[in-house]
Write a protein that binds this ligand. Sequence first.
Ligand SMILES: Nc1ncnc2c1ncn2[C@@H]1O[C@H](COP(=O)(O)OP(=O)(O)OP(=O)(O)O)[C@@H](O)[C@H]1O
Length: 264
Amino acid sequence: MLKLENINITFNKNTANERKALQHIDLDVADGDFVTVIGSNGAGKSTLMNVISGSYEADTGKIFLDGKNITHLKEHQRARTIGRLFQDPLRGTAPNMTIEENLGLAYSRGKRRSLTIGIRKKDVSVFRERLKELDLGLEDRMKMPVGLLSGGQRQALTLLMATIVTPKLLLLDEHTAALDPKTAEKVMRITDKIVKENALTTLMITHNISNAIEYGNKTIVMSQGKLLLTIEGEQRANMTVEKLMKLYSDTAEDELSDKMILQE
Ligand SMILES: Nc1ncnc2c1ncn2[C@@H]1O[C@H](COP(=O)(O)OP(=O)(O)OP(=O)(O)O)[C@@H](O)[C@H]1O
């Protein structure tokens, strides 16, 4: 589904601030894989997502999505098939537009029909059903401006917007990190439900090691711009936070991110 071949990116080349943010990254993500991504501070996790989404162009290497070479496609072209969520709940939704209008915009992605034609009654009932599944009571507030929602409600809505037209790939960049622990857990459960129900191929950066092990079917560990470990199958099934920490310190040259949440 997603294939990265020898991706390299260096920032501020030939200066004192030169930074090899991604070095020789090869990655193969199968259809329906839910991959969690962890690593140290500045390991290159967000850069990896930026290169996949087209926010940054890699210096060298190739990216294939669903068999198509997307290496030189612009970000807006990739956005038709790649959904992305960020840490900041304010990104991804239009605050002055209502829940219904935001969903209408997301629903029209990749279609010729635009908002000017208006939101059809049929679409509104689809939105209501999908909002109901979030179990946040948003289905009764569809005319409310999104700017009035809490961070957790907004992330759940953004998630729905990113997946209401099924994307080929979903990128989650610490999308629960700015939420309080209880809300983060709720948004994580909603995420897991949506990913499973739609068999979405997903990459999720998290600083929560127990989430990294609990959710998804594969974990990749990054350090200093490199892909350090891939944990899957039986090894992953038997993985604990302590074992993963030990594995990291035995393999990496640096410390695991100080942002990491370690409790199980
Ligand atoms: N646009 C940029 N210009 C210059 N340097 C950058 C840029 N983006 C990222 N970097 C650098 O590349 C390295 C990797 O950054 P990246 O944000 O990908 O790390 P990360 O693993 O997501 O870290 P964190 O967990 O701290 O968010 C860092 O040293 C960062 O300072």
